[in-house]
Design a protein around this ligand. Structure first.
Ligand code: PRP
Ligand code: URA
Length: 213
């Protein structure tokens, strides 16, 4: 798809794209921005979790007994990359309320644009869980790559990365560094600028979610 590896899914869904268009608008305030990030995360999670393993169970309807299916085990972890990824957690856990939540703290150095780690706390054990790493922005890919490297060091294996907007540079870097990871992208943007911001993008996702500057 789009010349990327087969593990890259650019969703480009009308509902998602419509909401992302409102996020992009610089006039959109913090309250609406936060609400939309949550809604987009839920819509994207719905797609990203469509291959969750299932098992058969028997239930008795008011009419008869029947064989049906439920999600096998309670084995999901949601891992936001701080800060901006936090805005996506409520949307994803609304879909799977029993999910455990880990946190990875990273910020991009303003000059080098390289990620600097400051926190990592993950559910333990993590080996058997499907892990959904979330961050609204995939720019150079440095933060996503580092976060997933950390998760793998802790034993994580089944990893999905969900981002709202990505630059081609970030998708390529992430899928090269972690070819086993499924990458779900809401909208694919044009390129990075000289400050490694996504164009046209939406600006600084963390600042817009938390009302900081
Ligand atoms: C933003 C964003 C990603 C990262 C993406 O975080 O939320 O984590 O940049 O850029 P990359 O793909 O080039 O690494 P930022 O560093 O601004 O931290 P914040 O969320 O705390 O504001
Ligand atoms: N981080 C953001 O929040 N926005 C960008 O465009 C790039 C990195």
């Amino acid at each position: 798809m789009d010349g990327f590896s087969e593990n890259v899914y650019v969703l480009d869904h009308p509902l998602i794209t419509h909401k992302i268009s409102i996020l992009r608008d610089k006039r959109t305030g913090t309250n609406e921005f936060r609400q939309l990030v949550e809604e987009i995360a839920m819509l994207m999670g719905f797609v990203a979790l469509s291959d969750l393993p299932m098992k058969s169970v028997e239930v008795e309807t008011p009419i008869e007994k029947t064989e049906t299916r439920v999600i096998a085990g309670r084995k999901l972890a949601v891992v936001p990359i701080l800060r901006a990824g936090l805005g996506m957690v409520s949307g994803l856990t609304a879909l799977v309320p029993s999910a455990k939540i880990g946190h990875i703290g990273l910020y991009r150095d303003e000059k080098t644009h390289k990620p600097v780690e400051y926190f990592c706390k993950l559910p333990n054990p993590i080996e058997e869980r499907t892990i959904v790493v979330c961050d609204p922005m995939l720019a150079t890919g440095g933060s996503g790559i580092d976060a997933i490297t950390q998760i793998k060091r802790h034993g994580g294996r089944k990893i999905k990365f969900v981002c709202i907007i990505a630059a081609p540079e970030g998708i390529k870097a992430l899928s090269l560094a972690h070819p086993d990871v499924q990458i779900y992208v809401g909208n694919l943007d044009r390129c990075l600028n000289e400050n490694a911001y996504i164009c046209p993008g939406l600006g600084d996702a963390g600042d817009r979610i938390f009302g900081t500057k």
